[in-house]
Design a protein around this ligand. Structure first.
Ligand SMILES: [Zn+2]
Length: 188
């Protein structure tokens, strides 16, 4: 990943030089607004390139990921992680239960990838009905104190465990809100 520095050659036009500025970044998502005040932004003196340092970019990405999730009523990164921890599953086991790549679980939890609505619903089921883990993935046993504890019932009419109906987001590896967010930010 390119890391901008003051005085560096612009990665976009390869002619201009980057300078650093303080800027208020505003993001819109479905009519809701998230602002970051006083972000250090590197701008090209010739073209419209703008970038953040890697650390700032990751921090902004993560906050935005949770912002979009809250707008969409999806679990936050930390909630997804705590559901997995409550089930007592490592990322590899969770990946098996959800039929995704192990890396995808990590990306959900660090905000790099936003879970689909389908996936979020699955997390909701597992949160309230931990024993569903063993229905979905019989090779994984969860500790007995986790598997009882909920009065929720799952009937065929409201839950269809056929994998092909639930998991078409299993290739979600490539589905992420791109990290080039700063480029699209507008002035406050
Ligand atoms: Zn440039």
């Amino acid at each position: 990943m390119y890391i901008p520095k003051a005085g560096a050659l612009c990665p976009q036009c390869e002619k201009g030089r980057l300078g650093s500025f303080k800027k208020c970044l505003t993001f819109n998502y479905k009519g809701r607004v998230k602002q970051f005040n006083d972000e250090k932004v590197f701008k090209c003196d010739l073209c419209d390139y703008e970038g953040l340092t890697r650390d700032d970019n990751e921090r902004v990405d993560r906050v935005l990921a949770d912002f979009r999730r809250s707008v969409d009523s999806l679990f936050s990164c930390d909630e997804l992680k705590s559901i997995r921890m409550e089930l007592g599953l490592n990322k590899k086991e969770m990946a098996k239960v959800l039929s995704v790549n192990e890396k995808t679980i990590g990306r959900y939890e660090n905000g790099k990838v936003t879970q689909s609505e389908h996936m979020d619903k699955l997390y909701r089921v597992l949160k309230d009905l931990p024993s569903a883990v063993e229905i979905i993935e019989p090779s994984i046993t969860i500790s007995s104190d986790k598997s009882h504890g909920s009065m929720m019932t799952v009937s065929e009419s409201n839950y269809n465990p056929k994998l092909e109906n639930v998991y078409h987001f299993s290739m979600a590896d490539d589905y992420s809100f791109d990290s080039g967010v700063a480029v699209n930010a507008s002035e406050c």
